[in-house]
Design a protein around this ligand. Structure first.
Ligand SMILES: [Cu+2]
Length: 340
């Protein structure tokens, strides 16, 4: 609740800026530049044009939830050997878009992930795990079903390829035996899904003078079991946002994101589910409602024309997990785009 109030206060502070000079937006020329940093594949391009992008995403998790309730490490250590304390997930993603025609744009994305998790055991000893690897590369076809100056409706069909790792491991000191042992890292620490995924999305955008709004439903549906005998849970995301273009350079956005994750199916036999909640396949999936505040700077003229920088910061308003999982404390998203 405190988070929600803070967000509303921040947005109200932006209002004075809104009363100054304003810039009307048009979906034919601005479609790519009025979407918040964290929304992907929202627009198509004009035939023959390109867009290159880099996106940085950082999510911080701290503490644990059982369902929607905050729980202490002691409770977890009654059931598991270790309790996660905090986790940071970073993603660097390169993207390219090319319009084959005015209706059809192709998009490719190449993510690189870095994960870090801190844990504590029953003796109070802390330890950390790291992983950094390529993620799942994706290729999508973005098809414009309808596009006018005021509104657009677009269908995406994409495939995620299992280029990410599901073999990340770490050597740990095993008990008092003083020997090192190679151990598979928990599901969340892996950088890939290990299987092909279907990536559908439907996006509606509208503009009215200086205001824009959008709605996007998207999913990531893993299509098979991977070689470690599990299948990551299907993820469904619903995004809605409102944007305001103050002038040719500057725009703001407020976004609401609802996510539903299904349970992971199967289990990795190399992982001991008693080790920690993160290694237990039962503790996967859940739902989350988050809000993001964003700003974007677009360079409309000169030698840097076509460049755009966008920033978004978001916090969960509500999070409910299946079983025991870590609590999301906030995400920062920064992106750079260049189109020509
Ligand atoms: Cu684009």
């Amino acid at each position: 609740m405190k988070n929600l109030i803070a967000t509303i206060v921040c947005f109200l502070l932006l209002l004075p800026a809104i009363s100054m000079a304003q810039q009307e937006v048009c979906l034919h020329s601005d479609a790519g530049s009025i979407t918040p940093a964290g929304v992907m594949g929202s627009h198509t391009h004009h035939k023959g044009s390109w867009m290159f992008s880099y996106q940085f995403m950082q999510m911080h998790m701290q503490g644990n939830l059982s369902g929607a309730d905050v729980i202490e490490s002691g409770y977890i250590l009654d059931h598991y050997m270790m309790a996660p304390q905090s986790m940071d997930m970073q993603m660097h993603m390169l993207g390219a878009m090319n319009a084959i025609s005015d209706k059809l744009t192709l998009m490719g994305m190449l993510p690189y992930l870095r994960n870090q998790m801190q844990m504590v055991d029953r003796m109070g000893m802390t330890s950390a795990m790291h992983s950094s690897q390529l993620g799942d590369i994706s290729l999508s076809a973005l098809y414009s079903l309808r596009k006018t100056h005021q509104s657009s409706l677009q269908l995406n069909v994409g495939l995620g390829f299992p280029t990410g790792s599901i073999d990340e491991s770490a050597s740990i000191q095993h008990g008092h035996m003083h020997h090192e042992m190679e151990m598979c890292l928990p599901y969340l620490m892996q950088t890939g899904s290990g299987t092909l995924s279907l990536l559908p999305a439907l996006t509606y955008m509208g503009v009215k003078k200086t205001f824009s709004y959008g709605l996007q439903a998207s999913g990531k549906l893993p299509l098979g079991d991977n070689k470690r005998d599990y299948r990551p849970g299907t993820q469904l995301t619903l995004n809605s946002w409102a944007g305001f273009q103050q002038n040719k350079w500057l725009g703001y956005s407020l976004r609401l994101e609802a996510m539903e994750g299904l349970k992971l199916r199967g289990q990795n036999a190399e992982l001991d589910p008693m080790m920690s909640p993160a290694a237990d396949a039962m503790n996967s999936g859940g739902r989350k409602l988050s809000t993001y505040l964003g700003a974007a700077l677009k360079i409309p003229k000169g030698s840097l024309k076509g460049n755009r920088l966008a920033l978004e910061y978001g916090i969960p308003l509500y999070q409910q997990v299946n079983g025991i999982q870590m609590q999301d404390r906030g995400s920062l998203i920064a992106s750079w785009q260049y189109s020509f």
